[in-house]
Design a protein around this ligand. Structure first.
Ligand SMILES: [Zn+2]
Length: 157
């Protein structure tokens, strides 16, 4: 599985290039076609990203370095693995990047259930996890990471 190459689907709509990343961001990830488009705005969709390894991070930073000074980049559906990179890897995003939506991990003690909930950055206040109810038992789910850390990419308000 991990040797499968990252699939990159691009769709240009006006000034915006929508990009879907599907699979693993690793040393085989080839971002050339994104760079070659030279668009003023990119919308990156991470919904189907399964894994990022250290070589993938290096390739990613190279991509962001090439397009990030010219283009506005919006990040959508950031998986937990992507949020973790945004928080700890310098250069994973640029100052002109805007993170729009991302997944937050929750856990229900009673049901032993995990859930990834998609939230909008603008809906997060003071870096606190929104209250989420368990689908099965309706009790309040536990946030399954460290709030202070997980939401640290969001400016304080
Ligand atoms: Zn439950």
């Amino acid at each position: 599985m991990s040797s499968e190459k990252l699939v990159i689907n691009t769709q240009v709509v006006g000034n915006v290039c929508k990009v879907d990343f599907i699979g693993n961001i690793n040393e085989d990830a080839d971002f050339e076609k994104i760079i070659a488009l030279k668009m003023p705005e990119y919308h990156f969709n991470f919904d189907q990203v399964a894994m990022i390894n250290s070589c993938g991070i290096r390739e990613w930073i190279s991509l962001i370095t090439k397009i990030g000074t010219q283009a506005t980049i919006k990040y959508f559906n950031c998986r937990q693995i992507v949020v973790e990179q945004i928080n700890v890897v310098h250069g994973f995003i640029t100052d002109k990047s805007q993170i729009q939506t991302f997944y937050t991990p929750y856990y229900c003690d009673k049901c032993n259930l995990e859930k990834q909930v998609l939230v909008e950055v603008k809906s997060i206040n003071n870096r606190k996890a929104p209250a989420i109810k368990c689908d099965k038992c309706s009790s309040k789910m536990e946030f399954d990471a460290i709030e202070e850390h997980y939401f640290s990419f969001i400016p304080k308000k």
